[in-house]
Each structure stands twice: as C-alpha cells, then as structure tokens.
Design a protein around this ligand. Structure first.
Ligand code: SAM
Length: 191
C-alpha cells in the first residue's frame, strides 16, 4: 500500500484527526454500518453517533454489526433521510460522514439524490462546531451520480472561504472512475 489513499480511507484519516472522545458525530448514510462502527469507536463511551438511512435493511445490518462490536449503546440509528438531520442532531458536531450512492448488495435504484444530499449537507454545516469536518465520498458510476457530484461541487465552491475550507480529492489516472472525496472544515461559527 502506498501513501496516497482511496477516498474513503482519506476521509477516515481526516475524521480520525478531528474527532475526540466525548464528541458527537453523524453517519449520514449508514449502509452496512462500517463507517458507523468507525465513528462509534472514535467518540468513545461518552460520545454519541447519530446515524441515518432510508432503508430498514441497512439499519438492521448496522444494528447487528454494532451489537457484535459492543458499540450499540453509543449510536442512535434513525430510519429517516439525512435531509431531516437538523430535527435530530444538536449543535457542536465534530464530524459528519456521507458515503453516497447505493447500498452494496442492496437495491441499486435506491441511491442518494442531489436535492436531498444538498439539503443534508447544508444542515450538517450548520451543526458543525468550529474545527469540525464534513466528508462526502462521491460516486459517479450510477445513474444520477455525475449530477450529484456537479451540484455538490457547485455548492461547495461558493462557500465563504472565511468560514470554510473545502477540498476535492480525486484520482486522475484510474480507468474505473473511482469515487472522489469532498472534505469541508468549518473555521468559524457564522452568525
Ligand atoms: C454507499 S451506501 C453507504 C455505505 C456505508 N457507509 C457503509 O459503511 O457500509 C449509501 C447508503 O445511503 C442510503 N441513502 C440513500 N438516500 C439516503 C437519504 N436520503 N438519507 C440517508 N441515507 C440515504 C442508502 O440506503 C445506502 O444504504
């Protein structure tokens, strides 16, 4: 393995620097729950992870995994779209992870969508504490994936640079169009 990481691993590297024991984190796309487990370990026993997915199948798989890992008590699994994030999550969030697209091994027509992803991203940015981060792993291969990436990049490129630092990370020489990573760090609380 080299020093240049895949997008999801790079997202995890960034989040692991930011999240501290006792923090609050959000998994905006639970899927099979691997990122939820990652976040639950980082926030520790006194921390909390709020975790959203629209598919009961995904939440059931995640619940099983969290139980097996002894982490279930730190996580609130929510059967709602991430666009409802603001109704559940308090302020001062340390990190929000999005892993877009469809559930691996599940129904490929149930994908994240540009309009709801953007609503969720806006809500997530408001909930972040200064120093907190949002990471978004973006897939272009499925139907609507390219449009989703374009709308996210358009929105993020207009964020005020005094309030946010935005990075877009992508491989340039790989044939299978691997996912890219958007990472946003909040610098100051906007008033
Ligand atoms: C690529 S998977 C996530 C993978 C996951 N992070 C893991 O570690 O296994 C994307 C997930 O987003 C979910 N999803 C789609 N639209 C959503 C929405 N509006 N809100 C929350 N989750 C959504 C899908 O059901 C799917 O499970």
């Amino acid at each position: 393995m080299g020093v240049i990481h895949r997008s999801l691993d790079m997202a995890k590297q960034i989040v692991s620097v930011v999240l501290k024991p006792g923090d609050t984190a959000v998994d905006a796309t639970v899927g099979n729950g691997r990122d939820t487990v990652f976040l639950a370990r980082l926030v520790g026993e006194r921390g909390r992870v709020w975790a959203f997915d629209i598919q009961q199948q995904a939440l059931a798989a995640a619940a099983k995994l969290l139980e097996k890992e002894g982490l279930a008590s730190r996580v609130t699994l929510i059967h709602r779209g991430h666009e409802d994030l603001a109704r559940y999550v308090d302020d001062n969030v340390g990190a929000v992870m999005f892993n877009l697209g469809y559930l691996p091994g599940g129904d490929r027509s149930l994908v994240t969508r540009p309009d709801t992803t953007l609503l969720a991203l806006e809500a997530a940015l408001l909930k972040l504490r200064p120093g907190g981060v949002v990471t978004v792993v973006i897939y272009r291969g499925h139907s609507g994936g390219k449009e989703e990436e374009e709308s996210l990049l358009g929105f993020c490129s207009k964020l005020n640079q005094a309030s946010y630092t935005v990075m877009h990370y992508r491989m340039l020489n790989q044939i299978n169009d691997p996912p890219s990573l958007l990472a946003i760090e909040k610098l100051i609380q906007e008033v």
